[in-house]
Design a protein around this ligand. Structure first.
Ligand SMILES: *Cc1c(COP(=O)(O)O)cnc(C)c1O
Length: 393
């Protein structure tokens, strides 16, 4: 069958990659320059200093031309060694992938289970750490915003759990989908390695990823004997000091990154975070009015980046997503691994406003009707009432 012609804009409502604003597209639309020349040095500085202001750190930040997965690996191989034990929490699909990667690198993991409907429970971390009297656990690795379930983990409370158990484990945090959408404080929360990526809250295309590194982690990495080359922090930091990279960097993505950082500061990070909270609340109001269930069961763990919505038994989320894509030209996130077919995910992150949210929610509501999913009408209009009653001054 011939594909229908689709006029107008595609709605990319995945929880990453997110919509790339025109300003960023324009900023990248320049000739690639000499990555060892004087102009490039300025660009490197602007990006590195800018990213420190986003991570809220005064320590080193490293930029890799890689997807987020690469920065996961960099975090592990720089401060851990084969045979080391790390404590991870199975908050969902992404935490599971990171755990799998650690195992493949020869790192031992202890993987605390959850039901994939909440974030990390700090008490459970505390209970485990306090029993580790020999301090065998070298690092605690958690996902800040679990993109497969729409649940967040409260990193300040994870920090408290480590401190109050008097443990010295490193804290590593994946905020690939949280950074620049949710409040994040690398230094204040005492995170040793923070991992992020370009294609979510940072509003860029995929292709860049980041490590923010504490002083303690940097010292450990200098002494760590784990085999590594491309991911080694040392070479990066050395090159970055003179404004360059140890290899050819992703120049045009860096033009985009500089613009993204400018945009985030123009809006103001606090306003960016409030905007995400407000859109997430409106989305949950719609889901509740439809009579459907938000996957995350802990109110305090609700993600402002995305909402995962459960479909009633006997209804397939992928059939619903297919109808919405074909009829309304909107992409929604699918259910990952054990959630396949059971949930769909609405991304409300990045370069996003009230009318984009209303288009998204109306598209979902129309799709629910076409797919024959039992629901009550009016969820989208309840969300629009909420937005109207909570205008940002
Ligand atoms: C997207 C994502 C990843 C994977 O990042 P890639 O860029 O696809 O490698 C890892 N963790 C979380 C929480 C994510 O949202």
């Amino acid at each position: 069958m011939k594909k229908k012609y689709m006029p107008g804009k595609h709605f990319l409502q995945l929880p990453g990659p997110s919509n790339v604003p025109d300003r960023i597209l324009r900023a990248m639309d320049y000739p690639t320059i000499d990555h060892r020349g004087p102009d490039f040095t300025k660009l490197t500085r602007a990006c590195l200093d800018g990213m420190k202001s986003i991570f809220k750190t005064t320590s080193d930040v490293i930029i890799f031309p890689a997807s987020g997965t690469g920065a996961w690996e960099a975090a592990l191989v720089n401060i851990l060694n084969e045979g080391d034990l790390v404590l991870m929490v199975e908050t969902g699909h992404f935490a599971s992938l990171w755990n799998k990667m650690a195992l493949q690198l020869g790192i031992k993991t202890e993987f605390l289970k959850t039901d994939w409907r909440r974030g990390v429970e700090p008490e459970k971390l505390f209970d485990r750490l306090i029993k580790d009297t020999e301090k065998k656990i070298k690092a605690v690795c958690v996902v800040h915003n679990e993109t497969s379930t729409g649940s967040i983990s409260r990193i300040n409370e994870v920090r408290e759990a480590i401190d109050s158990s008097s443990h010295n484990a490193f804290l590593m945090v994946d905020t690939i989908s949280g950074l620049a959408s949710l409040e994040y404080k690398h230094d204040e929360w005492g995170v040793d390695v923070t991992i992020s990526g370009s294609q979510k809250g940072l509003m860029l295309p995929p292709g860049l990823s980041f490590n923010a590194i504490s002083e303690k982690a940097l010292l450990a990495s200098n002494k760590n004997s784990m085999k590594r080359s491309y991911w080694d922090w040392k070479e990066q930091i050395k090159s970055n000091e003179s404004g360059s990279f140890p290899y050819t960097p992703a120049t045009n993505l860096l033009y985009g990154l500089k613009e993204a950082i400018n945009m985030l500061h123009e809006e103001g990070l606090a306003n960016v975070f409030n905007r995400h909270d407000r859109h997430a609340e409106a989305t949950r109001i719609a889901v509740q009015a439809w009579g459907l269930e938000v996957l995350c069961q802990e109110e305090k763990d609700y993600s402002s980046v995305l909402t995962a919505v459960k479909l009633p038994e006997g209804h397939n989320a992928d059939s619903l997503r297919k109808i919405i894509l074909e009829e309304f030209n909107m992409s929604l996130g699918n259910g990952l691994s054990k959630l396949a077919g059971k949930v769909f995910r609405i991304g409300h992150l990045g370069d996003f406003n009230d009318l984009m949210l209303m288009g998204t929610l109306n598209g979902v509501e129309m799709g629910l009707s076409l797919a024959g999913v039992p629901h009550q009408k009016g969820g989208a209009s309840r969300a629009s009432e909420y937005l109207t009653n909570n205008i940002v001054k």
